[in-house]
Write a protein that binds this ligand. Structure first.
Ligand code: GLA
Ligand code: GLA
Length: 687
């Protein structure tokens, strides 16, 4: 992991709304004025003031407008926009505008276009059609970034730099010749010599031994499953290549404007997995994230999970919600509009997990282009609309919540350990099952904990676990020796570890640990697995505690008399064998769950695990599962966020404290009613 840079937050202009340098939450959107005639800009800033907007991300896709030809520059319009925003108290998170190369550039240099695994060129026509490793692209992009940085270095509206946009959203995996060359350089640095690579990649298999680095390629279309370590290293390399690109823009910006903080918008959401953000977070001055909700029973929990992980990647310090949507998006199979209250609730759930900025894609809904059906702060209908009114309401609410700006996440009693490398490795091809979903398993544990009213921190692997009474490491598939040792130390010191099926199976080179699974965790867990027994899509296995497993089962033997069997298989070929185990270790314990129970099924075993770990919920029993509580704290107070997880009103009077923003809940006769889709913040002074 890269050495973390000191946290540096936005450099607020002196005149920024609401007043000068007072604490505030940032509120705004991506602003794309080049899509609109000049007269609309005046209405834009007027409406921004009305909505309480105090920041915009500007210029994200403006390359073609700023630099219409190799040696042609047009800054006049951007100067005017910057001045106009500043005059209206709106700060600017100014993009380097490098996200989408203009047609003149791709016509001049088609060799910057990415290539797919099957050898097809990714043509211009959309966006992000550039190779992360192209030296030609990089020189043009850095030239643009430098021109922008020099032009606006001293502009009073400038609050932060926004490097590119969602790096890797569409171009993380490039199989071009540039990528091949950079991959070889990366491999040389990792392995030193070709024999070391051969060993790591297990190339004795299928006659794959290399005699020189020049023979090594990205995992392009092959006759059958490409070498798994080659695939895993290509994922590591691809994340690193974009990180290197981020550093190149950052270093340049830092040289021009050492005092201006730098960020880039991550995509900690859903199945977006190409970039190892735990490893990237140390490269920026503050972490930013984009999040879009996908409909489904766990939609709200998934939002919370993503916000939570973002907050922990940011080290518990405030982070910037760079994009989410006011209502529908345009890129899902069916794009549902948000219900009344949903937008504010979603926004505040991000704030609950440490966001000090609530921003949207985008300010004004486009009339043309691929995203014209994507909602915005100002919809097609205009400002006389429910969406705009809810936007203005939210702006007012965030202004009232200003006192919590700068507060940090208060650590939770339980950790869920999240690891990009295990995610990458466990879902590769040619495995016991292709149905396994790493992030879903982690989310199921999170949902089950929320349903018990227990707060959990979703933390990247490597985060010290000592403060956590219990740590769940779902599908910890790729385990280095040091990780195993660290987990042993954690449990001996009193921590309670829980892990699941397909954990401890491979080392960092994706080679199986030998002698029985789960390799280096075998002794700690007191179990030994000789064979995996994945289940067919419609297969179920009953456990004797009443729960039902899907996806996976193990042929598991208990090897240590200390092991307590928490549940056994009740039917199927493994009837009578242990399914969930727990071994006491020193002052702690290590538990193993050998099948997929889902969030509902986990509700059965979780109370037993929590009880043995001595972790109790912080919520009064009648609120457990009905509200999600997340806590931020500063020196003077704790801020308890209560978010309604049900479709009914919930009385949260028992949480105490005082409402930071009266719009959050209705107070009457001693009750404090959180409406459906409601979110409230309770300030509880620290005495
Ligand atoms: C991403 C991009 C934005 C926009 C939104 C749409 O987050 O960064 O430019 O395309 O998606 O949801
Ligand atoms: C990805 C991003 C979304 C959006 C779509 C557009 O899924 O995460 O925000 O930009 O691409 O295709």
């Amino acid at each position: 992991m890269a050495a973390a840079r000191p946290h540096r937050w936005l450099r607020w202009p002196k005149n920024a709304a609401p007043h000068g340098r007072a604490p505030r939450l940032a509120y705004g959107a991506d602003y794309n004025p080049e899509q609109w005639p000049r007269e609309v800009w005046d209405e834009d800033v007027r409406l921004m003031r009305e909505a309480g907007v105090n920041i915009v991300s500007l210029g994200v896709f403006s390359w073609a407008r700023i630099q219409p030809g190799e040696d042609e520059w047009d800054f006049a319009w951007l100067d005017e926009v910057m001045d106009l925003l500043h005059a209206n108290g709106v700060a600017v998170d100014l993009a380097t505008a490098t996200a989408s190369p203009p047609p003149w550039l791709t016509a001049l240099h088609p060799e910057i276009l990415p290539v797919t695994a099957t050898g097809e060129t990714v043509w211009p026509g959309a966006r992000q059609h550039w190779r992360p490793t192209s030296p030609v692209f990089r020189s043009y992009a850095l030239r643009l970034a430098e021109a922008i940085a020099r032009r606006y270095a001293d502009h009073p509206a400038l609050a932060a730099w926004h490097v590119s946009n969602e790096l890797g959203c569409h171009n993380v995996y490039d199989y071009s010749d540039d990528a091949a060359a950079a991959f070889r350089t990366w491999l040389r640095a990792r392995y030193g010599g070709i024999e070391e690579l051969n060993t790591a990649w297990g190339t004795a298999f299928w006659s794959q031994s290399y005699t020189g680095f020049d023979q090594v390629l990205p995992p392009r279309l092959a006759a059958s499953h490409p070498n798994p370590t080659q695939q895993l290293d290509f994922k590591r390399f691809s994340s690193d290549a974009l990180k290197e690109y981020l550093r190149a823009e950052r270093d340049l910006l830092q040289e021009v404007t050492p005092d201006v903080p730098i960020t880039t918008n991550f995509m900690v959401m859903g199945e977006s997995r190409g970039m190892n953000y735990a490893d990237w977070a140390g490269e920026v001055d503050f972490v930013s994230n984009d999040h879009y909700v996908r409909p489904g029973a766990q939609a709200l929990d998934e939002l919370s999970f993503s916000a939570n992980l973002t907050g922990n990647i940011a080290g518990g310090r405030p982070w910037f919600l760079m994009e989410h949507s006011t209502s529908a998006v345009n890129w899902q199979p069916v794009n549902r509009a948000k219900a009344p209250g949903e937008m504010a609730r979603d926004s505040l759930l991000h704030v609950a997990h440490g966001a000090d900025a609530v921003c949207f894609f985008q300010w004004r809904q486009s009339a043309a282009g691929a995203e014209k059906y994507h909602s915005a702060m100002v919809p097609h209908a205009g400002s006389d609309s429910a969406v705009f009114r809810s936007v203005a309401d939210l702006g007012a609410r965030l202004t009232r919540m200003a006192p919590l700006a700068g507060s940090r996440r208060k650590p939770a009693p339980v950790a869920i350990v999240f690891d990009w490398e295990s995610w990458w490795a466990c879902e590769q091809d040619s495995h016991p099952t292709s149905l396994l979903r790493y992030r879903q398993e982690a989310l199921d544990w999170y949902s089950a904990l929320l349903a018990r009213g227990v707060r959990a921190d979703v933390v990247p692997l490597g985060t010290p676990l000592d403060g956590y009474g219990m740590a769940v490491a779902p599908i910890l598939h790729l385990v280095r020796e040091e990780t195993a040792k660290e987990l042993v130390r954690y449990t001996e010191a009193g921590g309670h570890l829980v892990t699941t099926y397909f954990s401890g199976v491979v080392d960092e080179n994706d080679h199986a640990w030998l002698g029985g699974y789960p390799g280096p965790l075998r002794e700690l867990l007191g179990i030994r697995i000789e064979e995996f027994a994945p289940l067919l899509p419609d297969e179920r296995v009953r456990l004797d505690d009443g729960s039902v497993g899907t996806l996976w089962s193990d042929d598991l033997t208990v090897t240590d008399p200390q092991v307590e069997v928490l549940a056994s298989y009740a039917d199927g070929p493994r009837a009578g064998q242990a399914a969930i185990t727990r071994r006491a270790t020193g002052a702690g314990s290590a538990a193993y769950v050998s099948t997929r129970l889902g969030s509902q099924g986990l509700a059965g075993v979780l109370p037993r695990l929590l009880e043995r770990a001595g972790v109790s919920g912080e919520l009064p029993p009648q609120l457990r599962g009905r509200v999600e509580v997340a806590v931020r704290a500063d020196d003077g107070a704790e801020y308890w966020f209560a978010v309604n997880r049900t479709a009914e009103p919930v009385d949260i009077a028992d949480l105490g404290g005082e409402l930071l923003d009266p719009a959050g809940a209705a107070e009457q006769d001693g009750a404090r009613i959180l409406p459906p889709r409601g979110a409230a913040v309770l300030r509880r002074p620290i005495s």
